[in-house]
Design a protein around this ligand. Structure first.
Ligand code: GLU
Length: 475
């Protein structure tokens, strides 16, 4: 039987580290097994689901490089892939469950359920539903109907002991009597719950493996019972441990925005981000960390997925992304960097030709594209000096004066242009080493640190260099 997995996001916000990791593990597992990866959008929560989030998640997944075999716009043999278009199918199954007596209309109100849970908590019992609605007499039901109470549909939990052979966590035992009791599958407003929709869809879409976050672990016994009651073989499950922040705390708002959108905005490469995310809970062994998409697909296995939480470390992400940047050809680097600058609106009013020429010089100097605009500030003539002292000292002034003398007659190309410049300066000035190179760097870029001058100098060219040394001399 060929592997079929799905990523089933709810379009209620931008996808973030946690859910894109789930998507990625499903995708890599499918590719590794020559299986199918399905995108299913769980948009039954009509109040919170938004079409713009659906669009955004499709864009973000595509950006990072995840491709689905079946999905909302792609189509496929088991569609539709938007849950909001599958309501009639859910109703059919509910009718069947009601007819068979495995589900029942429950006239207990939400307030009563909450109150029962509250009392259970006070009495230190598990806050589970006490199934009282199962035992209402026809008269009680009529009286409640007369009060305008709309029923929910609950699934009867008759075999509360469930054993799950989790692909990540091993064997897990559940006793649903301690946890939930009969659970709601259709809300009082007639809408299906997540549990109902997810089981029907996993069943009908012939999903073989459900890989999802550990936050769903307590739902899984319900899903196994519900799937069996509807005549489906439950898929295999693998629950991924949570992702924590650098201090071991749960990923939270305090860490800033960890949406894929935000990582795009910060200028990470899709393959750098995907590589980093793959390592959040999985490793190929042998201390291998820098991996291409092809390697990720070839090496991924659920056996090597870790049971314990993983730590999100932005510094490691930066490092890994930098490694991926270094692996691009100079041309690819410049092209992607330029596209990023354009997207970020950082090219407005700028000399694009000059930027294109200077970009390769920064290939080894950044870890993500967001660092570029600030580093490129020196390209506009009104840049300021980070440390004027290098220009104001007598030695610095001498360097500027000498530079202005030698520039007009300078010849050479590429890196040798800079060598010729320095060689021409040396006999004219007292400064040596740092005292020579810092005034040059300060005059030409306004910074103490930056890419190699021998690469930058020919890109700036002699005309700009002259203007800059004149300005520096007056500083
Ligand atoms: N819509 C659910 C979520 O976003 C999917 C859960 C599942 O994978 O079954 O958490």
């Amino acid at each position: 039987m060929s592997v079929r997995v799905r990523f089933a996001p709810s379009p209620t916000g931008y996808i973030h580290l946690g859910n894109v990791r789930t998507a990625l593990f499903n995708y890599l597992f499918a590719k590794n097994q020559n299986g199918q990866f399905i995108l299913r959008v769980e948009d039954t929560d009509l109040e919170r689901s938004k079409p713009e989030y659906r669009q955004a998640l499709i864009e973000d997944l595509a950006w990072i490089g995840i491709r689905w075999d079946e999905g909302p716009e792609t189509g496929g043999a088991y569609g539709p892939y938007l849950q909001s278009q599958r309501l009639a199918t859910y109703e059919q199954y509910v009718r069947k469950l009601l007819a068979e007596g495995t589900a029942y209309y429950c006239y207990v109100t939400e307030e009563e359920t909450e109150e029962a849970k509250r009392i259970a908590r006070l009495e230190k019992r598990p806050p589970r539903f006490d199934n009282r609605g199962r035992h209402f007499t026809p008269q009680e039901i009529e009286a409640r109907k007369a009060r305008g109470i709309k029923p929910t549909v609950r699934f009867k939990v008759e075999q509360p002991q469930v054993v799950l052979k989790d692909l990540v966590r091993g064997e897990v035992h559940f006793n649903l009597d301690d946890m939930v009791g009969d659970f709601v599958i259709v809300r009082a407003d007639g809408s299906p719950t997540f549990h109902l929709a997810v089981c029907i869809d996993d069943g009908l879409m012939k999903i073989t493996h459900v890989i999802r976050g550990e936050d769903h672990l307590s739902n899984t016994p319900k899903h196994i019972l519900l799937l069996r009651a509807m005549g489906f073989d439950p898929p295999q499950y693998g629950h991924l441990a949570l992702i924590h922040g650098p201090g071991g705390e749960p990923l939270s708002k305090r860490l800033g925005d960890v949406s894929v959108r935000e990582f795009r905005r910060k200028g990470y490469l899709p393959q750098g981000l995907a590589n980093y995310i793959a390592l959040l809970g999985w490793s190929p062994g042998e201390n291998r960390e820098i991996l291409t998409w092809q390697e990720l697909q070839a090496l991924f296995s659920l056996e090597r997925v870790n049971k314990s939480p993983s730590i999100y470390d932005p510094h490691k992400l930066d490092w890994l992304n930098g490694e991926h940047l270094r692996r691009l050809s100079a041309e690819e680097f410049s092209q992607k960097a330029f596209a990023y600058l354009k997207m970020a609106g950082a090219l407005e009013g700028k000399d694009e030709t000059l930027i294109l020429k200077v970009l390769p010089v920064f290939h080894d100097n950044i870890e993500r594209f967001e660092q570029l605009p600030e580093k490129l500030n020196f390209l506009s003539e009104d840049f300021g000096y980070e440390n004027k002292a290098w220009l104001e000292s007598p030695e610095g002034r001498e360097v500027c004066e000498a530079a202005l003398q030698v520039l007009p007659s300078l010849t050479g190309e590429g890196e040798s242009l800079y060598e010729n410049f320095v060689n021409a300066l040396k006999p004219k000035v007292k400064a040596k080493g740092k005292n020579l190179f810092m005034p040059i760097r300060m005059a030409l870029t306004g910074r103490e640190h930056g890419p190699e001058m021998k690469r930058l100098f020919p890109v700036l060219g002699l005309v700009r260099a002259k203007v800059r040394f004149e300005k520096a001399h007056k500083a």
